[in-house]
Structure formats: C-alpha cells, structure tokens
Ligand binder design. Sequence first.
Ligand code: FE
Ligand code: CA
Length: 180
Amino acid sequence: MKEYFLTIKKRMEKTMLTESMLKAINEQLNFEMYSANVYLSMSAYFKRNALNGFADWMKLQAQEEFEHAMKIFDYISAKGGKIEISSMDAPQSEWTGPLNVMQYTLIHEQEVTNRINNLFQIAHENNDHSTSVFFHWFIEEQVQEEAQVNEVIDKLILVGDSSHGIFMIDDKMGLRTNAV
Ligand code: FE
Ligand code: CA
C-alpha cells in the first residue's frame, strides 16, 4: 500500500503546481468562500428589511461564489495539489440601505478582480500556462460581475430616496433565476 501511494506522488510531481502558486490559489479558494458568506449576510440583511428581490438575488450570488470556490477546488485537485481550507472573518451584517450594500459589493468585487489579476501574474511569472488559462475564465467573469453591480448602483442613484423606485428595482432583482 505504501508503495502504491509513493507511485501516485511520483507521477503527480510532474504536473504539480509550484509552492507559491499553490499557496496563492488556495488563498483564492478561501476568498471565494468568504465572498459567499458576504453575499449570504447581505441576503439576510435584505430579508430583514422587506426587500425580498434583493435578498433572493444575493442568495443566488452567494451560491455562485461557492461554485467559483468549487471550480478552484477541482482545479487544485486535478493538479495534485493539497487543498487547504482556512478559517475566515465574519462578514459585515449591517448596512445603511440598498445603495450602501451595492457600493460595498462593488468594492468587494474590485478587490476580487485585483486578486485574480495577481494570480494571473504569478502564473505568468511561473511559466504556468495551465493556471493562466484556468484564470482566464475568472478574468472574464469579473468583467460581468462589476458590470452587473454598476448597473444596479446606477438605478439606485436614479431613484434616490423614492420607496416606490426602490420597490420597483427590488421586483426586478427578484427576477434573477440563475447563479452565473
Ligand atoms: Fe467569485
Ligand atoms: Ca457572475
């Protein structure tokens, strides 16, 4: 049995990620899980404040972040790296309104974009082409993430303090059905 595991190790070493690359990818895996918690916390906040459309939208967003984490989980696994799940900080739980939440979301997604760009840079410096290609998908995804949040922010700015306007946007947010 011992021999068998040694054989696996030897075979995997050929395609293994460098230590710094693996560490950075694991960090991103954990950050995607943290993002899921952030959005789940926002969903709960909206639910408490009678904005069910926003609440459902955030819940789907949380699911999507978990899926991003699983994408990375599968990648590390396929490359024979060790997956390390770490503890994480509790996300914020109170905001001052929908615009405040969406602005926080935009800042959070900009942080994600920076992190993904950094990972892409490390992959490049390591001549790690498979990891570069893997993070291509995430780079594209971040363009969509930031664009969709900006769109909601624009609408919220347009309606200002009008509860009627906010409920109209809430209805529209509730139409989201997919976690992509
Ligand atoms: Fe993500
Ligand atoms: Ca998305």
